[in-house]
Design a protein around this ligand. Structure first.
Ligand code: HEC
Length: 287
């Protein structure tokens, strides 16, 4: 698993070859399935006391966080995000002129199947919700950032503990998977770290007092409701997946790509597909 970037290049060459010859689509899906299996096996072997679904709670999933997890469990008796969620759930069902967000979003698959490919490209839960908000309220009222992230949390919460299940057979999704794979394993920034340096090779180790989470399960809790984010900003506790990516670029000493950059979507797709079979647990709560 360690630094297996060269395999990406070999695989990419194999894919280019197979795209040129007919009837090889299955082979491509098989390569992705195999790649995901190897990724998951690495973590299952490294943390043998955990089942696949146990990886859905960030760093608290790991035995190295047992002490912190006790405090986490106590706070979760009355989840600190409950107030923000109640407000967002009410907005989700609110009707105006016979229309509601719930009604608009019912044409989409459940939260565990996002992102997915449409004839117009890949759509994320956040994009689907933003489009529904403009359908409801007009294009100039797409909701502010916090409102939209809380609505994404409501949508993903509705999927309960369904396992992540993105369409591996879609060619556009697979293309983004390979792009995301390269982004994940590439070293960057002053520290010359890749995502894998911290979340694969050092998962479970401490970095400045923090236990590093395993990359497996990374997408399952998002958006996160974080008390330290609340303390830092003084107003918002929500962290979206792309906010987290930007923070982690900075941790590598690198400048994050601008919002909506295709590398961020590719990372999201790569990480989501690696979480195939892990159950959702949104919103995630972080101390
Ligand atoms: C220098 C080490 C470092 C690097 C490199 C790094 N991260 Fe992180 N990341 C952290 C730390 C520390 C946290 C907070 C503790 C934790 O959850 O791991 C974190 C948290 C996360 C989380 C949230 C986990 C959760 O559920 O709470 C995700 C997702 C994530 N990182 C993804 C990435 C991705 C993708 C990259 C590459 C673009 C990356 N990280 C690069 C250190 C790093």
């Amino acid at each position: 698993m360690r630094d297996n970037l060269p395999r990406v290049i070999v695989l990419a060459a194999a894919l280019a070859f197979s795209a040129a010859s007919n009837g090889q689509a299955d082979l491509e899906s098989t390569s992705v399935r195999q790649d995901i299996r190897e990724f998951q096996d690495f973590f299952m072997q490294r943390f043998p006391s955990l089942a696949l679904s146990d990886f859905n709670n960030g760093a608290y999933s790991l035995p190295q966080s047992a002490r912190l997890k006790t405090g986490w469990d106590m706070l979760m008796h009355i989840p600190p995000y409950e107030h923000a969620m109640a407000e967002a759930r009410e907005k989700w069902h609110r009707e105006s002129g016979g229309r509601s967000l719930a009604q608009c979003m019912s044409s989409h698959p459940t939260g565990n199947r996002f992102p997915y490919a449409t004839p117009n490209g890949i759509i994320t839960a956040r994009q689907a919700i933003t489009r529904c908000l403009s359908w409801l309220n007009g294009p100039s009222h797409r909701g502010n950032r916090d409102e939209v992230v809380a609505l994404v949390a409501v949508f993903r919460e509705q999927a309960g503990d369904k396992p992540v299940n993105v369409d591996i057979d879609d060619p556009l999704i697979r293309r983004m998977y390979f792009r995301g794979r390269t982004v994940f394993w590439s070293r960057r920034g002053q520290n010359n770290f890749s995502c894998a340096t911290c979340h694969v090779n050092n998962a479970g180790n401490r970095l400045r007092g923090e236990v590093l989470s395993a990359a497996l399960g990374h997408t399952t809790g998002f958006p996160l409701y974080s008390l330290s984010e609340l303390a830092r900003t003084g107003e918002s506790a929500w962290i979206s997946l792309h906010d987290q990516y930007a923070d982690c670029y900075i941790r590598s000493g690198a400048v994050p790509p601008p919002p909506h950059h295709a590398d961020l979507l590719a990372l999201q797709i790569y990480q989501t597909m690696n979480d195939t079979g892990v159950t959702l647990r949104a919103p995630g709560f972080r101390l």
